[in-house]
Design a protein around this ligand. Structure first.
Ligand SMILES: [Zn+2]
Length: 295
């Protein structure tokens, strides 16, 4: 499942390639035909993300609300002008992993025939985007969009005044293990399995620590480090939580297996203390951690 940084990159890409354009909206697969009819022909005003959820606001006041879930992905393509103008570039596909850059062809003559179960297709004069496999795809009102966001905790990539304090308060009032709370989207929106493991390691926190036994200071540092790690992810387009000093290729970037401290490194030596990285299950998800550093 894509973590919050990918969904924020996705929102930027929608803003870059479709913002201010009237879009043809359809559901080649048919499951979203009624919703697509409500949005068809409308101008896309704004694309935003909160945690792992994407909100596309149209001129008639309705939103396209998408949560990719475990299997969802967007594919993009278009002519030479159809690309993200931001420095992050424009991934061709954003799902569990991002890949490539948008396939641009100078002689664009409309999108290809839909392949597979395309839930929704957006088309402008210059390009197209196809959504497949999402767990949520709905046309909703502004009030429904506000209600959906209100259920979510603060987003480390969409900072609002008071978010840090709000996160600390939500963490400290629960007896649940902090390793579970970080994945609870009502406590913190956007963190998934990789950031959860890596940030707990970087902060030296035992994942089984009950939220209400953390100090205000360590909860605050946990927030700050999550903001820093995820902001790096938006910039890099991938999750890298280790410093260049640990990469054998130096500034060229981490090789496979060097980008993380503990995630998917069960049994290997901890990069800090040399202990074997441990693997456990928490909330039916795999959790990687170092018993030497996180206690
Ligand atoms: Zn260690």
């Amino acid at each position: 499942m894509p973590e919050g940084h990918s969904v924020h990159r996705l929102a930027r890409q929608f803003q870059d390639v479709f913002g201010g354009s009237a879009l043809r909206v359809s559901s080649p697969q048919g499951r979203f035909a009624a919703g697509a009819a409500l949005l068809d022909g409308q101008c896309l005003l704004e694309a935003t993300a909160h945690g792992k959820q994407l909100f596309l606001r149209f001129a008639n006041g309705l939103y396209l609300h998408v949560h990719l879930g475990l299997y969802g992905a967007w594919d993009f393509g278009g002519d030479d002008t159809f690309r993200g103008s931001s420095s992050i570039g424009a991934p061709r596909r954003i799902g569990e992993r991002e890949s490539g850059s948008v396939e641009n062809s100078g002689s664009y003559s409309g999108p290809p025939e839909p392949v597979g179960a395309v839930r929704v297709r957006l088309v402008s004069a210059h390009g197209w985007a196809d959504l497949r496999g999402a767990s949520t795809c709905a046309a909703i009102t502004g009030e429904e969009a506000r209600a959906a966001r209100a259920k979510l905790g603060p987003d480390p990539l969409h900072l609002a005044p008071g978010d840090r304090e709000e996160f600390i308060a939500r963490l400290l009032r629960r007896k649940t293990a902090v390793g579970l709370l970080l994945m609870d989207q009502s406590v913190l929106a956007g963190v998934g399995n990789i950031y959860r493991a890596e940030v707990l390691f970087r902060q030296g926190i035992d994942p089984w620590t009950p939220g209400n036994t953390l100090s205000v200071e360590s909860a605050g540092l946990l927030w700050d480090d999550t903001v820093a790690a995820m902001s790096d992810g938006v910039r890099d387009g991938r999750i890298i939580t280790t410093p260049a000093a640990l990469w054998s290729g130096g500034d060229a970037g981490p090789l496979d297996g060097e980008a993380h401290y503990v995630y998917q490194r069960a049994g290997q030596e901890c990069r800090r203390c040399g202990a074997a990285v441990a693997l456990t299950e928490i909330g039916a998800r795999k959790l990687y951690w170092c018993p030497g550093c996180q206690n």
